[in-house]
Design a protein around this ligand. Structure first.
Ligand code: PLP
Length: 479
């Protein structure tokens, strides 16, 4: 090969090309720095404003419109991360984060994510990574036992509860109308959920072509629980008019108020009409471990499928949604489609995760979750949950003792719903002022057609002092 340099056509000996060892050495160095940075960040998250004070578009404007021509050092890019990206981050791992459902990306899980990325292994079918399928099987089996689901429940990890519930709807359709897989559905299938259900149930109905209007919203009672008597009426009316009910989605721990639908009564109706019962317990699910909260989960074991999100209240960083079904055969019938290039072992013990859903690729999410279960153990997790429930109950008590405020829903788990006795605008103004402090972050919802403040506790680092500060800030925000 000629060594003559042609300036318009660089030789293969690019200055940017490093040998493998050099990549590793740079990684080792930057990796240690990164872990140190993470440890400092987690030790002192309160130093950051929970909610960034940037304007929409600020980060986009701060970065070049085109990717760099030449690569850069880890030092330079970590620097840019800290200076440019970090100020636009909302700190979900902040102990003052009380919005939506607060959560924790715990330390063992952070390491699990790091290792999973290093392995970059993809468990589409068993042979493509036996560890992915089998560790997922084991870790979800452990969680299944903790939350009291019978052993016939099969577990699989999807990214989010939205996707888990969409798979439940497909399984329900497969049970009720197996021809739909081949021919498409005839447009008369109906799903029921309460008017308090998460929007993902409707989205699932949209995604699988049921039609948004065929996801019926059953009214709820004064405690935001699905009215089983009205569910019965709606099912009967639909059958009478030629529609075909296929599924009821009950929620244990609704998103707005953490209310609990009457699952045993709903399960009776499902059995009577041969409907798929899906239980959405994305947030509250881990509490099924606690004997004192077990009553909320009565009937869950009768469901056809259940979703619990460890990325909400089980110490696991996003994304990780655990989907359980006692009918994996039906889920498989709905989704299994194996072209020649994906033909896999027929050993009955070989689990092929690609057969149970839309995605082919399957991330090694189980590793971080297994780390969480190993590191905290059942007692550690129970203690974590109990402490948060106790803090929520105490917070509710403070609210009850201040006549200017009212509580709008019972504290079933770790979320308190409250409002200033005043107008919606007054309550919106409080949220805005509270969030502008950067010390705590609350979100709002609507209950009984009124704006309500939600204080959701879910971060491992949250202390009583954080909650005292939160209450002080809320009270100071009344105009
Ligand atoms: C948060 C939530 C969801 C959606 O969770 P994702 O994982 O973000 O899709 C669904 N159902 C309930 C009850 C929730 O609280």
């Amino acid at each position: 090969m000629s060594s003559t340099k042609n300036p318009s056509e660089p030789s293969l000996q690019l200055a940017e090309t490093k040998d493998w060892q050099q990549y590793i050495e740079e990684f080792r160095h930057a990796g240690h720095q990164t872990v140190d940075w993470i440890a400092e960040y987690l030790a002192d998250t309160r130093a950051h404003p929970v909610l960034p004070s940037v304007r929409p578009g600020a980060l986009i404007d701060a970065l070049p419109a085109s990717a760099p021509d030449r690569g850069g050092s880890f030092d330079a890019l970590l620097d840019d991360f800290k200076k440019i990206v970090l100020p636009a981050v909302t700190h979900w791992n902040h102990p003052g984060f009380f919005a939506y459902f607060a959560c924790t990306g715990s330390t063992p899980a952070i390491l699990g994510e790091m290792i999973a990325a290093a392995l970059n292994t993809n468990g589409l079918h068993w042979k493509t990574s036996p560890a992915v399928a089998e560790l997922e099987h084991v870790a979800l089996g452990w969680l299944r036992e903790w939350i009291g689901l019978p052993s016939e429940f099969f577990g699989i990890v999807y990214d989010t509860a939205s996707v888990s519930s969409m798979h439940a709807l497909v399984a329900a359709r497969e049970l009720a109308e197996p021809e739909a897989r081949e021919n498409g559905s005839r447009g008369n299938l109906v799903v029921y959920t309460s008017d308090q259900a998460h929007s993902s149930i409707e989205k699932g109905g949209i995604a699988i072509g049921l039609g948004q209007k065929n996801v019926r919203k059953v009214p709820s009672d004064s405690l935001f629980r699905m009215r089983a008597d009205l569910l019965r009426e709606m099912i009967e009316a639909d059958i009478a008019s030629g529609m075909k009910p296929i599924c009821v989605v009950a929620t244990i721990g609704t998103t707005s108020s953490t209310s609990v639908d009457p699952v045993p009564e709903i399960a009776n109706l499902c059995e009577e009409h041969n409907l798929w019962l899906h239980v959405d317990s994305a947030y509250a699910g881990p509490c099924a471990m606690l004997p004192e909260k077990r009553h909320f989960f009565a009937g869950m074991e009768r469901a056809h499928s259940v979703v619990v999100n460890p990325h909400k209240w089980l110490l696991t960083p996003i994304d990780f949604s655990a989907f359980y079904t006692r009918h994996p055969d039906i889920l498989r019938r709905a989704f299994s489609l194996v072209p020649e290039y994906l033909r896999a072992s027929e050993d009955p013990r070989a689990i092929h995760l690609m057969d149970y859903g839309v995605p082919l690729g399957h991330r090694f999410r189980a590793l971080k979750f297994w780390f969480v279960l190993r590191y905290f153990g059942r007692r550690g997790v129970e203690q974590f949950l109990r402490k948060q429930i106790q803090m929520a109950e105490e917070f509710a008590d403070w609210v009850d003792r201040d006549a200017r405020f009212e509580r709008v829903a019972p504290v079933n788990f770790s979320t308190v719903c409250l409002r200033l006795k005043g107008s919606d605008d007054d309550n919106r103004a409080i949220i805005e002022r509270v969030n502008a402090t950067g010390k705590v972050f609350l979100s709002s919802t609507s209950l009984n057609n009124q704006i309500v403040l939600r204080v959701a506790i879910g971060n491992l680092g949250t202390t009583r002092a954080d909650l005292e500060l939160c209450w002080e800030i809320i009270r100071g925000a009344i105009c």
